[in-house]
Design a protein around this ligand. Structure first.
Ligand code: VGL
Ligand code: ZN
Length: 205
């Protein structure tokens, strides 16, 4: 059984948003075109309280891109983004959501960030995604969405460690690229851990 996992295709990660991924909007038609090929579709949603510890604005004197210690975990600081209930946290209006079986929210606790759709960054909190997929009989997990070098990468790595045959749909993802080369490095890291990188046209031809 094959599942499509759509990571964080939310307004704040799209052009014009608070943490915009360059060309992030290009993934939307790709993702819409492949949804019908899967037994199950699930999504993740970055969903932070306004006082979230990953926001530079909540650490006076600190800037976006600097690192802090958040509860014993190294944390890079981001602009305020995906605040619970805000427009920026909504899925893009063009994204087809009608066939989704479930949405898993992450980053909901003030004192820990969560890039992976499975677990938070200190691996204590569990979103329930893994047990949901297993209960549905999913063996193969196809991951797409934003951003390749953060939430998509950590979701793929956790998908592998949870025992799923995990695929990255390369043309269904775009990177933040805080540092030049982050996209290529993240692809390599996912492959080294056992992920298979494909394109949308390779799906079930
Ligand atoms: C993400 C940075 C902060 C992502 C979420 O979805 O890749 N990146 N929060
Ligand atoms: Zn976030």
């Amino acid at each position: 059984m094959k599942a499509l996992l759509i990571v964080d295709v939310q307004n704040d990660f799209l052009p014009g948003g608070a943490l915009a991924v360059s060309e992030g909007d290009l993934v939307i038609p790709v993702i819409n075109s492949i949804q019908e090929h899967f037994d199950l579709i699930v999504a993740t949603q970055d969903w932070h309280p306004p006082d979230h510890g990953s926001f530079a604005a909540n650490h006076p004197g600190k800037n976006v891109g600097e690192f802090i210690d958040l509860n014993g975990v190294q944390q890079i600081l981001w602009p305020v983004h995906c605040v619970e209930g805000s427009f920026g946290a909504d899925f893009h209006a063009d994204l087809h959501t009608d066939k989704w079986a479930a949405v898993f929210k992450k980053g909901t606790q003030q004192n820990v960030d969560s890039y992976s759709g499975f677990f938070d960054n200190n691996r204590r909190g569990d979103t329930g995604l893994s047990s949901f997929l297993k209960k549905e009989g999913i063996t193969d997990l196809f991951v797409c969405g934003l951003a390749t070098d953060y939430c998509v990468k950590f979701t793929v790595l956790d998908g592998l460690s949870e025992g799923f045959n995990t695929y990255l749909i390369a043309d269904g993802t775009k990177a933040v690229n805080l540092e030049v080369g982050d996209y290529a490095r993240s692809i390599k890291e996912m492959e080294q851990h056992g992920a298979t990188v494909i394109n949308s046209k390779d799906i079930f031809m």
